[in-house]
Design a protein around this ligand. Structure first.
Ligand SMILES: Cc1cc2nc3c(=O)[nH]c(=O)nc-3n(C[C@H](O)[C@H](O)[C@H](O)COP(=O)(O)OP(=O)(O)OC[C@H]3O[C@@H](n4cnc5c(N)ncnc54)[C@H](O)[C@@H]3O)c2cc1C
Ligand code: FES
Length: 333
């Protein structure tokens, strides 16, 4: 007879669910079998989307990318449920509401490519028409599946919610499956998109904000800034935006950002470029600037970009006196 093990799942709305998981079984698969859709993306420990907190007991973590789960996080109980095998009773806390996990994933929505523009070195702006207005939290993402392919990848919306168009900034990764499709895509091509997902969304809090973006990691922050720029009835907290890119040619949406800065009191923008010298920009990484910004101790930090940048940002924020566990992260692997 297979031994089953009690596992308690705790959600941010206070709801808990208890599962009986056969010993050695994968947590996400066991939850799915019990009707719970835990948030995942890559399902193999390489993106960090499923990150959760072990609050009691132990799990066995199978192979994963240490850049999305550094040892010091693992040591304090951070886990990747997609690679967790259950070997003993445990309780795990998820950073999202139970409703998100209990809702069946809606059918994918049909969409059509309406614009494709190379807007910077290696970066394409992709626009999709959905046929209906789509609501999401600024900072969330959808999975895009080009019809006629086996490929499905996640991309963060750069536009404000509530329109029938979605805008994305996609870095073309050499040899990448979606990148190769996109490099040859045409206006009118058909894709399917998932419902919006993700816990990396703008928190409506009365505390200063720091947005740190690497490359196309600027996309969710564009959505947040575009959204708050039209919410003129609510005074917005002071927001510092730090943008990093390999060269000036890799920077996106700089003109619009300048317009947003000029129209939004309390928004400051800093740019760091790794390879070009320019007196107006810092030569180096965006995370180098965190120590110099003299941030208030209650600043909410948002980091989005490649995993090493996110990790450097978390360490820099901690050194600047900001609690590591309050930093919000989205890793584009
Ligand atoms: C929540 C989330 C939001 C994201 N939002 C954005 C966004 O807004 N913009 C953006 O640009 N990206 C975003 N990403 C990243 C995006 O989802 C893709 O991971 C990225 O675009 C690469 O996809 P790809 O199919 O082109 O590459 P992949 O096919 O996934 O390949 C990635 C790399 O792995 C290599 N590779 C692939 N297969 C193999 C193999 N068999 N053996 C060895 N190497 C291999 C490829 O050569 C390439 O270097 C996001 C990711 C997440 C998780
Ligand atoms: S879904 Fe778990 S790390 Fe990607």
């Amino acid at each position: 007879m297979t031994t089953t093990i009690p596992v308690t799942l705790l959600f941010s709305d206070g709801v808990s669910r208890r599962l009986q998981v056969p010993c050695g079984h994968n947590l996400v698969e066991s939850a799915t079998a019990s009707g719970l859709n835990l948030l995942t993306d890559c399902s193999n420990g390489h993106c960090g989307t499923c990150t959760a907190q072990l609050v009691s007991g132990n799990v066995d973590l199978q192979a994963y990318d240490p850049s999305v789960l550094p040892d010091e996080d693992r040591d304090v109980g951070v886990v990747l449920p997609c690679v967790c095998s259950i070997t003993g009773p445990c309780a795990i806390e998820f950073p999202y509401d139970s409703t998100e996990a209990m809702t069946e994933e809606p059918e994918p929505m049909p969409a059509e490519v309406t614009a494709l523009d190379q807007v910077a070195s290696e970066i394409v702006r992709l626009e999709l028409a959905i046929g209906k207005k789509i609501v999401f939290e600024p900072g969330q993402y959808v999975r895009i599946h080009p019809l006629g392919t086996e490929v499905s990848r996640s991309y963060s919306m750069a536009n404000a919610p509530g329109t029938d168009r979605l805008e994305f900034f996609v870095r073309l990764v050499p040899g990448g499956a979606f990148s190769s499709w996109l490099a040859n895509a045409k206006i009118g091509d058909a894709v399917e998109i998932s419902a919006p997902h993700g816990t990396f969304f703008l928190r409506h809090e009365n505390r200063p904000r720091l947005f740190v973006a690497g490359g196309t990691g600027l996309a969710p922050f564009l959505s947040m800034l575009r959204t708050t720029s039209v919410e003129s009835t609510t005074p917005q907290p002071r927001t510092t935006v730090v943008i990093g890119a390999r060269t000036h040619g890799h920077l996106i949406a700089m003109d619009e950002l300048e317009q947003l800065r000029a129209s939004m009191p309390g928004v400051a923008i800093h740019v760091a470029v790794e390879q070009d010298d320019d007196p107006a920009t810092h030569r180096g990484y965006p995370t180098d600037l965190i120590a110099r910004l003299q941030l208030d101790a209650d600043t909410r930090v948002y980091l989005c970009g490649p995993p090493p940048m996110v990790e450097a940002g978390r360490s820099a924020a901690e050194s600047a006196g900001l609690p590591r566990k309050e930093v919000l992260c989205e890793r584009f692997t």
